[in-house]
Design a protein around this ligand. Structure first.
Ligand code: MGD
Ligand code: MGD
Ligand code: MO
Length: 764
């Protein structure tokens, strides 16, 4: 606590804990028990240059959220239908009794596999206040159904594992200073990494230092393109693999590929390195040159027709990529959050592979920029005795159709088939129950049937769309109301530790997740094992002392550490290239792929493609090929719904978090990005109220008519709060009224950027 000497006034450290990938320190000014001002890091010093981890507008606007009219203050029990929003206040005793009784009953009747904590990232930062407490509790009670994947990176993680044996092999963004060319596929750090600790700073500094040419390939002229790029190349969503194939055609025919690299480090480029037993004609070169099974040469003209990128530009770009050594080629996670996302992610990786830019300074593997930080410990959660694990996106299927939920059709791990449906759902700091999951209409129908999932317990700070579907809603403390500690986040290049002091008393009857779980543990006979005799605050101190084992330079005295609040560690002097050891010696530092090499051709995928049960139209292929998929212009649906819709991550919110802050809504009003050509064809002018619809649903929102989005494509920033009126029609621009629950073929990930829609003016 830092006092300015005024009575009843103090300034304490806190941090913003939502999931933007970064973690920003906050300085809360407290007066008479209320936070009256939110400042941020002010500790820039010579060692770090002027680097202060300055929170963005969202974190600075936190008071508008903590003190919002939507704030949950008391435990509630549902009295109306799920989704209707009718609740009654109950006591904590009654709420926790009901939860414990039902949890015990579900475990007794259906087993622990019937309990599930839904994906949720609203408090990704807090070490003690985070979702791990539920996992810790459940593991003591016999476990719960596991999940793998994330809504962020399912497709790219799977794709890159087949190629490189890892997805974590990028060069840091600061390594751009060693590059001669930077190419970003759907990477928008200016918005998705905009926080003070995020890589936007690295982009600014590295660009200033090196003046390197940056090309951005994205259907939208993003803030990154506007602020940093020398050129924007618009591309039709879902078609990057076609563009890469067209580029590969020129790289091959003009001898711009690094043949030595391909021979020594890779499998499957041409017949020289094909795995034994695969029929001839199945190498990557065959695919590109047209000597493969499809017989189509992937010429720039072929790629132009699919991607919308002119053939001449494809030729020029191939020459630029083939001659600028080294080149930093990276993708954000937008290109992979698609129906064919695994293929796209693997295909983009082909550019640095073909040109030998992997594992060297100034190069990159084609994935996202690498983070860096200090590996501080997380809370121990124990072992989950349940082995079954579902892809996190398929939880609705695990509620509604468990009998058909299998390893070969749905990516179930640890079991051949789900034995029980999900009957009890935990939802903590998550709006994924409704708002952030695809196809809200379908989710509504599944949750509305109370015979399926029998109890939903939700803990949040505000009354969200998801909360309206819960049976019991518990008011959680916010980042003003509980102590904690946090580390640097997963998307930055420096080490950070922030200590949070409780700034104010909990509003209403809000409680920490820890106290909630401890009370349930008590009711269920595992209190001592859960708490280990510590309170929430004592756990914070305990975890701090664990951090000191990693960084000995942290003060021994906890009180002193709390007063200091923020600790930063200097970045590494020299950026290290991802896969550098492999590049230096591929025999001693083999990759974690079956061959130990980069697998352009994956034998495992070749086999999977022949064993997995896939719905009509889904493709898994051994090579990073382009495949048209559902939800794209070749889909018959496109006759009626001709426009492709993506939902970018915008700067006004972190997903749905902060979606009710009036300041942010004014700064960046929710709107549908539409090209003037598409708008004119429909008689739409800027600012018109429009409806966006497809067979799954309908939402209404104002049109932003702008050449910053290519013709034929729309974007509706994801995360707007779902505000339904008649028949589930949303009037707030919530994109998940329109997205599909059909998963991607390999990762079974969320294809939330693959959508076909039509737009029209709202009459009257
Ligand atoms: N301000 C803010 N920051 C955030 C978040 C937030 O909600 N708000 N969310 C955080 C989280 S959890 C995540 S996972 C990340 C998300 O980070 P990303 O997944 O990278 O973000 P997106 O906006 O979905 O996609 C990035 C860009 O890809 C483009 N794009 C979409 N489809 C395609 C395609 O087929 N090809 C190409 N070339 N481009 C395409 C989009 O137009 C967008 O500009 O951001 C994190 N940071
Ligand atoms: N169409 C479409 N849908 C998407 C995406 C997309 O690109 N397109 N992106 C997906 C991605 S990448 C992600 S990561 C998910 C994110 O989806 P979620 O993980 O559900 O994230 P949020 O929408 O931010 O919801 C977080 C909730 O946590 C609450 N919260 C915040 N802080 C605290 C706290 O300290 N305590 C408690 N108790 N609650 C808190 C907030 O009020 C909010 O309701 O969305 C996915 N959904
Ligand atoms: Mo995410």
């Amino acid at each position: 606590m830092i006092s300015d000497g005024k009575p009843n006034e103090k300034i304490v450290w806190s941090f913003c804990n939502v999931n933007c990938g970064s973690r920003c320190p906050l300085r809360l000014h407290v007066k008479d028990g209320k936070v009256v001002r939110v400042e941020t890091d002010h500790t820039g010093d010579a060692e770090f240059g002027a680097h202060e981890i300055r929170a963005c507008l969202r974190g600075r606007g936190l008071r508008k959220w903590v003190y919002s009219p939507e704030r949950l203050l008391y435990p509630l029990i549902r009295t109306g239908k799920r989704g209707e929003g009718k609740f009654e206040r109950i006591s904590w005793y009654e709420a926790l009794d009901r939860i414990s009784d039902k949890l015990g009953q579900v475990i007794n009747i259906h087993g622990n596999e019937a309990v599930f904590r839904i994906y949720g990232t609203g408090n990704l930062g807090g070490v003690v206040s985070g979702r791990e407490q539920i996992d810790r509790l459940m593991n003591l009670l016999g476990g719960q159904l596991n999940h793998y994947n994330s809504y962020s990176t399912a497709q790219i993680t799977h794709g890159m594992h087949y190629t490189y044996g890892t997805h974590d092999c990028g060069n840091p963004l600061t390594d751009m200073v060693n590059s001669r060319l930077v190419v970003f596929f759907g990477n928008n750090p200016a918005e998705t990494r905009m926080s003070g600790g995020g890589s936007i700073r690295d982009l600014v500094v590295s660009r200033q230092k090196s003046g390197v040419c940056i090309i951005v390939i994205d259907p939208r002229y993003t803030d990154t393109a506007a602020a940093f790029a020398d050129e924007w190349i618009p591309i039709r969503p879902g078609t990057d693999a076609a563009l890469v194939s067209g580029l590969a055609y020129i790289l091959i025919t003009e001898n711009l590929v690094d043949q030595d690299f391909l021979d020594r480090y890779c499998v499957g480029y041409d017949r020289r390195t094909m795995p034994a037993g695969i029929p001839p004609g199945n190498s990557y070169k065959d695919y590109i040159m047209g000597s493969g099974p499809d017989g189509t040469p992937k010429t720039p003209a072929w790629a132009a027709a699919i991607t919308g990128v002119p053939a001449e530009r494809i030729v020029r770009l191939a020459r630029e990529i083939g001659t600028a050594k080294p080149a930093y080629i990276a993708q954000g996670w937008g290109p992979q959050r698609h129906a064919n996302g695994e293929q796209t992610a693997r295909a983009i990786c082909m550019l640095p592979i073909l040109t030998g830019n992997v594992g060297i300074a100034g190069g990159n593997c084609g994935g996202r920029e690498a983070p860096d930080g200090i590996p501080f410990p997380r809370i121990p959660v124990g072992q989950n005795p349940v082995t079954a694990s579902i892809p996190c996106f398929l939880w609705t299927k695990a509620i509604a159709d468990h009998e058909n939920f299998t390893d070969m059709s749905d990516g179930l791990k640890g079991k051949r088939r789900l034995e029980t449906p999900i009957k009890f759902l935990w939802s903590f700091a998550s709006n994924t129950l409704v708002n952030q999951h695809s196809d809200i209409g379908r989710t509504h129908r599944i949750l509305a049937d109370e015979g399926l999932c029998e109890m939903i317990v939700l803990i949040d700070n505000v009354m969200t769309a998801s909360a309206r579907y819960a049976d019991i809603v518990l008011p959680g403390t916010s980042c003003f109301e509980e102590s904690d500690l946090a580390y640097q986040g997963y998307a930055v290049e420096m080490g950070v530790l922030i200590l949070r002091e409780q700034a104010i008393e909990p509003l209403g009857e809000c409680r920490t997740l820890y106290d909630i779980c401890a009370d349930i543990a008590r009711r269920m006979g595992v209190a001592q094992a859960f708490t280990e005799g510590r309170t929430h605050d004592q756990w914070v101190e305990y975890m701090y002392q664990q951090c000191r084992k990693v960084r000995r330079d942290l003060p021994k005295d906890f009180e002193e550490a709390v007063r200091t609040g923020l600790f930063k560690w200097k970045r590494g002097e020299r950026p290290k290239a991802g896969l550098q050891a492999f590049r230096e010696d591929p025999d001693t530092s083999q990759l974690d792929t079956p061959s130990g090499r980069i697998e352009i051709f994956s034998r495992r995928l070749w086999d999977l493609a022949r064993s997995w049960k896939l719905p009509e139209g889904d493709v898994i292929s051994a090579l990073p090929e382009y495949h048209d998929t559902w939800g794209m212009p070749a889909d018959p649906c496109s006759r009626e719904y001709p426009l492709q819709l993506v939902g970018h991550h915008g700067k006004q919110r972190t997903h749905s978090s902060y979606g009710n802050n009036p300041w942010l809504r004014e700064a960046v009003p929710q709107s549908l990005w539409i090209n003037p050509l598409d708008a004119a064809a429909r008689g739409i002018i800027h600012g018109d109220m429009v409806h966006v619809h497809n067979p799954l649903g309908r939402t209404e929102v104002r049109a932003k008519v702008t050449p910053r989005i290519m013709p034929g494509v729309l974007s509706l920033s994801q995360g707007a709060w779902y505000v339904p009126y008649a028949n589930g029609v949303d009037k707030n621009g919530c994109i998940n009224t329109l997205t599909s629950q059909r998963p991607s073929p390999l990762a079974k990930g969320n294809p939330q950027h693959t959508n076909l829609v039509e737009v029209g003016k709202v009459r009257g």
